[in-house]
Write a protein that binds this ligand. Structure first.
Ligand code: AMP
Length: 430
């Protein structure tokens, strides 16, 4: 194999990347924070496979959506089954609800996170392997569930200190609304049929709603003047949407109505929403999207069960978040000076790990100075030093590498060995 080929093979696949260092730390922090919040809101975890039969997505997301028609990573497995890497989470979860006969135990409130795959054009904030954190509340048809679901998103954004966001809200009504509205859309878009992109010409009869979220600029221009779905809501859809808006107002959650927000997937019903943020002065980008999907469970072969959910794009949250807002996890390190103290240091390390809720490192390679420098580099707040003098007097020397409470970086103190744990409990608040 020549050098060039070898190098080529040692690349990541386009649109996919490794996460390490600060990025990986930020990723972990975000997942941890959202998990805490959704647990508090009564959601429980669910894991589904990354690979599903392609039909799971075809039936749910809709054949004419960009995701299904252009963006799926689909291939035949060794038994010639068409399988796809999941492009989103909801379809798999509804599949799991049906195949595990969980439709008898409703409501279900689930959360999940993990990689999703879409063969889209990579750019800032858009990857072919990206990460979502989502929730699904299945078996509820109350408009206040939509409000509660959106309120969880607001809580997450507050926790992650992302303030530069707008909530766009719309309703795509019920089936009857969409039926009538589609006729209006066909009437409108037919007037511009020859100006529409080829994709949208195809969508015109099959699924005209999808023209509203076309990525083609000319389609978007034409769609600006299209009739608004909000003017075509049936009385019950109207009442539902009014109640959602009342609930949001009660919780002081500000929003803007966006009649174009029909979202890229076919399964939405009633409420649709997105929170957008500005990546730079020109581009705003959705960091989370969701809504109600009352028809999906039935569409996929289960009983008629209403549901509501959302998914955050973690990659985009990472862009919107400030790494400096991530609180540094406290760490300490145990250092022995000579080989003779190694065994005692090892035992102390394990006692500290048992007793303290924080990372206790035990660097073993290289000289004492090298291990001290390493402890500093990884951000240890304090090092516990054991040398011949300390062992003899049954003491431990503590050297602070960062300022903490009444101790300053560089300061050293000696304390009796049996007080080390109590000292950390008191002074590092662990
Ligand atoms: P969707 O399933 O399309 O509603 O997407 C939900 C969220 O996932 C969006 O608001 C984005 O934050 C994120 N997302 C969707 N597609 C991508 C992608 N290709 N790369 C990164 N994030 C994405």
């Amino acid at each position: 194999m020549n050098q060039k080929r070898e190098n080529q093979e040692l690349r990541t696949v386009r649109g996919m990347r490794d996460l390490f260092g600060e990025d990986a730390e930020l990723y972990r922090y975000i997942i941890e924070q959202i998990t805490k919040i959704v647990l508090k809101n009564g959601y429980t975890p669910i894991e589904t496979p990354i690979l599903e039969f392609t039909s799971v997505f075809m039936r749910s997301l809709g054949e004419y959506t960009d995701v299904v028609s252009k963006e799926m990573f689909s291939f035949l497995d060794r038994s010639e089954n068409s399988v796809s890497l999941r492009p989103e989470g909801t379809a798999s979860i509804v599949r799991a609800l049906i195949t595990n006969k969980l439709t008898q135990t409703l409501p279900q409130k689930w959360f999940y996170h993990g990689p999703m795959f879409r063969y889209d054009r990579p750019q800032k904030g858009r990857y072919r392997q990206f990460y979502q954190f989502g929730v699904e509340h299945i078996g509820t048809d109350a408009p206040l569930s939509d409000v509660e679901s959106i309120a969880v998103v607001a809580e997450v954004l507050k926790k992650l200190k992302i303030s530069n966001v707008t909530l766009s809200l719309n309703s795509v009504g019920d089936k009857e609304t969409r039926q009538k509205y589609k006729e209006k859309l066909v009437e409108y878009f037919s007037r511009y049929e020859n100006d529409l992109s080829l994709d949208s010409q195809r969508r015109l009869q099959a699924n005209p709603l999808r023209i509203l979220d076309s990525k083609d600029e000319k389609d978007q221009q034409i769609a600006l003047e299209a009739p608004s779905i909000l003017d075509h809501l049936t009385p019950s859809s109207h009442a539902f949407f009014d109640r959602v808006q009342e609930g949001l107002a009660l919780l002081n959650i500000a929003y803007e109505l966006d009649r174009m927000l029909v979202r890229g997937l076919d399964y939405y019903d009633h409420t649709t929403f997105e929170f957008k943020t500005c990546l730079d002065s020109q581009n705003s980008i959705a960091i989370v999207g969701g809504g109600r999907y009352n028809g999906l469970v039935e569409e996929m072969g289960g009983p008629s069960i209403p549901a509501v959910g959302w998914a955050f794009g973690i990659d985009r949250l990472m862009i919107a978040c400030n790494y400096s807002d991530v609180p540094l996890a406290k760490k300490i390190a145990v250092l022995f000076i000579n080989q003779e103290e190694e065994n005692i240091a090892l035992k102390l390390t394990h006692r500290l790990r048992d007793e303290l809720q924080m990372a206790v490192l035990f660097p073993t390679d290289g000289s004492f100075i090298k291990r001290l420098k390493y402890s500093d580099k990884i951000g240890a707040t304090c090092v516990v030093i054991l040398g011949a003098d300390e062992i003899q007097s049954n003491q431990a020397k503590l050297k602070f590498l960062y300022d903490i409470d009444s101790f300053q970086a560089g300061q050293e103190i000696s304390i009796p060995m049996e007080q080390v744990i109590a000292f950390f409990h008191q002074n590092l608040h662990v």
